[in-house]
Design a protein around this ligand. Structure first.
Ligand SMILES: O=C(O)c1cc(C(=O)O)c2c(n1)C(=O)C(=O)c1cc(C(=O)O)[nH]c1-2
Length: 259
């Protein structure tokens, strides 16, 4: 394949002059976007994974991330409403089960609560989402609205950050277990489980967009949906950094007691 030229990429979109001619050029562009914009590059994650945060800062991260986690099934229900086609809904449905669990079986949200409990946070407070940062709420809601308002193809494409999630989960599991005495294998079980769930989901979504984006315009829209989503993730960490690393906690947001 010829060298991919994505020059003119802005913070919000791939260059207007970029033409992706086929599915393999689309995949290369998506992988380039992930390699350059995924939130593994964010300074907050670098601090988190290398043991440079104190317990209160890790609590703030887990508390805010709970809002993302607990909204994912709502987002996925929204994605399902976009498809009349039963086969796509069937494929997508297990994502909701992965997070919500089932009667008698634990899901991702419960595993996340194990993490916040293990960090010493009160579960009722976490579940109330009262202490999250305004930017967390705005960013997460923007993701749900994107899946409601854009095309079904873009709704699926916006989940493609998961292509890049397994490596950040590996890094997080080993980094946090090594550096923090307040986490253990049990409280990190959420991430272990995602190591198998995320690749299956991401491969379906990648295959879907490669097959259904059949014009250069649709391929550009798929890339822009992924860029949008990398921004949803990035701004949440910007807000955490500003509040809990630089010390500018907005009124009403969680104030750590432990340092
Ligand atoms: O820890 C992370 O960095 C991370 C990132 C992402 C992502 O890339 O959106 C997800 C998750 N975790 C995750 O656990 C998860 O269940 C998930 C679902 C989705 C999605 O967009 O449908 N992304 C992610």
């Amino acid at each position: 394949m010829s060298e991919l030229n994505l020059s003119g990429m802005t913070a919000l979109s791939i260059g207007r002059g970029v033409t992706l001619n086929n599915a393999s050029e689309l995949e290369a562009a998506l992988r380039h976007i992930g390699a350059t914009r995924y939130h593994n590059h964010h300074p907050f994650h670098k601090l988190l994974h290398s043991g440079k945060l104190n317990k209160g800062q890790v609590q703030a991260w887990a508390l805010n991330r709970y809002y993302y986690q607990s909204t994912i099934p709502l987002k996925d229900a929204m994605v399902m409403t976009r498809f009349r086609d039963r086969a796509t809904r069937l494929e997508w449905r297990h994502r909701i089960e992965d997070h919500d669990g089932d009667i008698g079986s634990e899901g991702g949200i419960e595993r996340w609560i194990k993490l916040t409990e293990g960090l010493g946070l009160d579960t009722a407070y976490v579940e109330s989402t009262e202490g999250i940062l305004p930017a967390t709420r705005f960013a997460v809601e923007a993701y749900v609205h994107f899946c409601r308002d854009r095309s079904p193809l873009e709704a699926i494409a916006s989940s493609l950050t998961e292509l890049f999630a397994p490596s950040i989960h590996e890094e997080r599991i080993s980094g946090m277990l090594e550096h923090y005495n307040f986490v253990n294998n049990d409280t990190m079980s959420y991430f272990k489980r995602r190591l198998t769930q995320a690749p299956r989901d991401a491969n379906f979504a990648l295959h879907y967009v490669k097959e259904h984006a059949t014009t250069p315009e649709q391929r550009a829209a798929v890339c822009n949906a992924l860029i949008f989503k990398t921004n949803v993730l990035w701004v949440q960490l910007d807000a955490l950094y500003y509040a809990y690393v630089e010390g500018n906690i907005p009124p009403g947001a969680f104030v750590p007691k432990e340092s």
